[in-house]
Design a protein around this ligand. Sequence first.
Ligand code: PLP
Length: 434
Amino acid sequence: MKYYSTNHTVPEVSLGEAVVKGLAADRGLFMPERIEKLPKEFFDNIDKLSLQDIAVRVAESFFGEDVDQKALEKIVRDTLSFDTPVVKVEKDIYSLELFHGPTLAFKDVGARFMARLLQYFISKKRDGKTVNVLVATSGDTGSAVANGFLGVDGIRVFVLYPKGKVSPIQECQFTTLGKNITAIEVDGNFDDCQRLVKSAFLDDELNSKMLLTSANSINVARFLPQAFYYFSAYAQLKALGKEDDIVVCVPSGNFGNITAGLIAHRMGLPIKRFIAANNANDIFYNYLLTGEYNPKASVQTLANAMDVGDPSNFARVLDLYAGKHEVIASLISGTTFSDAEIAETMKECYEKTGYVLDPHGACGYLALKQLLKEGETGLFLETAHPAKFHDTVVEIIGKEIAIPERLQEFMKGEKQSVAMTSEFADFKRYLLNI
Ligand SMILES: *Cc1c(COP(=O)(O)O)cnc(C)c1O
């Protein structure tokens, strides 16, 4: 299958090229040339399949032409070493828990899949060269990518993060791993980290001496696998007899997660409509209201992984619906919530139902409380484990919460990082000397 750019000004590329390059040469995002409708029998029997079996079928539809069948099945099964359970929170509202992976956030699915697919492609043609993955992070992406690539042969990962600006729990998830993961603590902010990474990709000398690639969220190998758990959620609701009039609500930042849901819908998944829940960063919400897309600087909120002022995957949403605002606005509704509303929701939900929400999931839950209609079944994506935001959550709900063992394991490890200035010359010298 070929992949085209959402800017449509460069030729289509192969899957291998799309995965290694990440972004198209015209700065557009890659999209699959075809989105196959899955047969009725698949949906009729889906409630009898596991997440892993469902994912193998969905993955074949995108990657089957380009990846050997046995290898693809192994990639999918290795990626999904955990489940994505649907849990009832209250009447008509269910949580799709995406935090059961190694770093306790949904990004584990895409990052683990991408690591394995990249390894598949480079092992075919890298001639023994090591591939160097550079990733800048403000928190969750670094841990998911680092853990996704941990121990993967032929790949070395450099996680650049801003010194003193990520939470201690987030930091330990990529600084204590060792092996093929190197954490680089940049004396600067997130934008500096991102600039160092971008400059490295543009530097001729570096690129002639080493193989560099990026692992950010616009990569098709991170974005498409997120469709797997939408199918699995439907299967689980169907097993409960709740497969009619499903409304899926996605706490959104860069819009990669919800776009994977829209792709699943295009493949025939019976979802009635979507809600994109935003925090105070309300660019998409305003687009739905006005038809105008006006990016702006992001503002910091309690749901910090959704603090995005110019969501990259908006280009993919537009592309899926040929830019038609009325089509997009009839399928997707929007909401925007303040920190006060997020906190109040976390507290209220806990007091009334006993369910502990993280600040991102809280946006999804509240959107359903406000927009779900009689007879509909609401499903929100719980995108991270509340313990990742331990202090915030405890302060808001007024009760201690348990920290899962796999998170505690990270916290026991010894921090190892390389100190770096925010000067590109220093970063370049470091890379050339490894
Ligand atoms: C990244 C992230 C989001 C936003 O997902 P997008 O795909 O960028 O819309 C939401 N919640 C959590 C916990 C995240 O880490």
